[in-house]
Write a protein that binds this ligand. Structure first.
Ligand code: DQQ
Length: 550
């Protein structure tokens, strides 16, 4: 079997070949969305990192621009590679890129520096060529900082004093405290270290920080510099220790330039995650065209390096771009939903409302089939009383939830659940990826809900990661349904539970349940029937990504 094809995605962003990791410097500029990404032009594993570049009119159909928007060298400050960074719009509308240079100052000492790149022709909507500032590096680590743990500048924001501010992800020299160094500048070229805006002991290196305002009400996004009584701020960090992206909603004090999470148990790096599966090094940008804040994140592979090198020839995809906003009901969660442009790929709708998913059922749905699907289901919430001890958001709770998901697995027979979907399944169910709700019934008779994504039987291959992912999902008393949306694209399964309050993304590599041999089933392994309020499914059309012709 040609292993490269069944696993290439049909509507997620990925380069034609080679390695890709973090999304960088996304923006909307003169009619085009721009996505840059960490890319190895020479191979399917990480190394030789440059900024690849693609553009799109709609966030779904992409054209590759080039593989060398920013390349390391020839000067010392980024000789070994151009690492992650962000775009900021200067006063005159020019997009300016801040990025990390990886450099060898000597044969034994390697360090990270922060650098500035600007468009050669800012009238070019495609922003094809970039030049590096003569002032580079524009930031170097202070003597007391660890210069090897000093990277990934955020989009800069402007304070009321007229100064630009950016954050650099870092780890203190105690080796355990994750932190974010705040730098300020009048002219975007000369930057001075001010202080650390926030730090949390025990979290380790903070990669790819992201810091932005969200409106207290409504779904609209905000420009990064907006700060007033009608907004909260979000700080997101990517923990190098465990490769998860954590966010915290809190307060940014403009006077002291400090950030504090609203709840100590959901602080930066220890509380809520954007995604409880494979999703890392994410970044948001403000889409000026539609006033949305949009999140991009990298989904690494779960198969072996050997597969990347010998059969696939590529590694890494970007998750679907997600619109995010503050959950009006909880004020601590962010809601994430694939941008509505993705719905333009819907074909062959299948709908069925108001039916029972009986205890023990494994049920095909006629017309729902194949490796490219969007499944949206609302289950009626069971009559049992809900627990007040809802998910607190702490990492301890997340660990407990993940353990419960693994112990439970799709094959477990519970009381209320597991119930949900089997995707990328063969007819004999030897291979299947199960995404399900499981309602944990507590001693006092109340329940807590979990959403799990079980890869344990996703593939007959041995050398792929088959971890079961999952977490508690916050279900409000006022909510009548347990809802899930699962999007399948060959080797990726993205699930948005409770309208996007909780998200889990998996990478899977079936061997027989591929292409037209990939089947779909609803299942209920609990001892109680479950009521399906609504079921809607679509086949997803493929997107052909092309090289831009100049
Ligand atoms: N990837 C980049 C770094 C960043 C890491 C290097 C996160 O800048 O910290 O490719 O995945």
């Amino acid at each position: 079997m040609n292993q490269s094809l069944p696993y290439r995605t049909a509507f997620h962003f990925q380069p034609t070949k080679n390695w890709m990791n973090d999304p960088n410097g996304m923006m909307y500029y003169k009619g085009w969305y721009h996505l840059f990404y960490q890319y190895n032009p020479y191979g399917a594993l990480w190394g030789n990192i440059v900024w690849g570049h693609a553009v799109s009119k709609d966030l779904v159909h992409w054209k590759y621009v080039d593989d060398d928007a920013i390349v390391g060298g020839p000067k010392w400050y980024d000789l070994l590679g151009a690492w992650s960074g962000s775009t900021t719009f200067l006063e005159d509308g020019t997009p300016a890129l801040l990025y990390t240079g990886w450099s060898n100052v000597s044969s034994v000492v390697q360090i990270q520096t922060q650098n500035l790149a600007l468009p050669v022709d800012k009238e070019d909507p495609l922003l094809r060529k970039w030049y590096k500032s003569e002032a580079n590096p524009v930031m170097v680590a202070e003597p007391w900082m660890d210069a090897t743990k000093y990277r990934d500048p955020t989009e800069a924001w402007k304070g009321k004093d007229g100064l630009w501010r950016t954050l650099i992800g870092a780890r203190l020299t105690d080796n355990v405290t994750g932190t974010s160094h705040l730098y300020k500048s009048k002219d975007f070229v000369n930057w001075t270290y001010s202080h650390d805006i926030h730090m949390i002991n025990g979290t380790g290196m903070w990669e790819c920080p992201d810091f932005f305002p969200v409106a207290l009400k409504g779904k609209s996004g905000l420009d990064v510099s907006v700060s007033n009584g009608m907004v909260k701020h979000v700080m997101k960090v990517s923990l190098d220790n465990n490769k998860h992206d954590y966010y915290s909603v809190g307060t940014y004090n403009e006077q002291t330039d400090e950030f504090k999470g609203d709840s100590p148990s959901i602080e930066v790096g220890i509380g809520l995650r954007y995604d409880y599966g494979k999703f890392y090094a994410s970044k948001t940008f403000f889409d000026k065209k539609t006033n949305r804040r949009i999140l991009w994140g990298w989904c690494n592979e779960s198969d072996s390096d050997n597969d990347a090198l010998t059969s696939k020839g590529w590694s890494g995809i970007q998750a679907l771009p997600r619109q995010i906003w503050l959950d009006p009901a909880t004020q601590v969660d962010l809601i994430q939903v694939p941008v509505e442009e993705v719905d333009g790929l819907h074909r062959d709708k299948v709908s069925r409302n108001g039916f029972t998913l009986t205890a023990g059922a494994v049920m095909p749905m006629p017309g729902v089939h194949g490796p490219q699907l969007d499944i949206q289901i609302k289950f009626l919430k069971p009559k049992l009383e809900q627990s007040n001890a809802l998910f607190e958001g702490s990492d301890v709770a997340a660990l407990e939830a993940q353990l419960t998901c693994s112990r439970t697995g799709a094959a477990h027979r519970g009381y209320l659940g597991p119930f949900g979907v089997l995707v990328l399944a063969d007819e004999q169910l030897q291979e299947q990826t199960a995404v399900f709700f499981y309602l944990q019934v507590l001693k006092d008779g109340t329940w807590k809900g979990l959403i799990c994504s079980d890869q344990s039987r996703s593939s007959m291959q041995d050398d792929v990661d088959k971890t079961v992912y999952g977490t508690y999902v916050r279900v409000l008393e006022s909510e009548k349904y347990l809802s899930m949306r699962t999007i399948v694209d060959h080797s990726v399964v993205e699930t948005f539970a409770q309208g996007g309050r909780t998200v889990v993304t998996s990478r899977v590599y079936p061997t027989v349940a591929v292409d037209q041999a990939a089947h779909f089933f609803l299942f209920n392994n609990g001892s109680q029937d479950v009521q399906v309020h609504s079921f809607n499914a679509w086949r997803m059309e493929s997107v052909h990504m092309e090289q831009l012709q100049f």
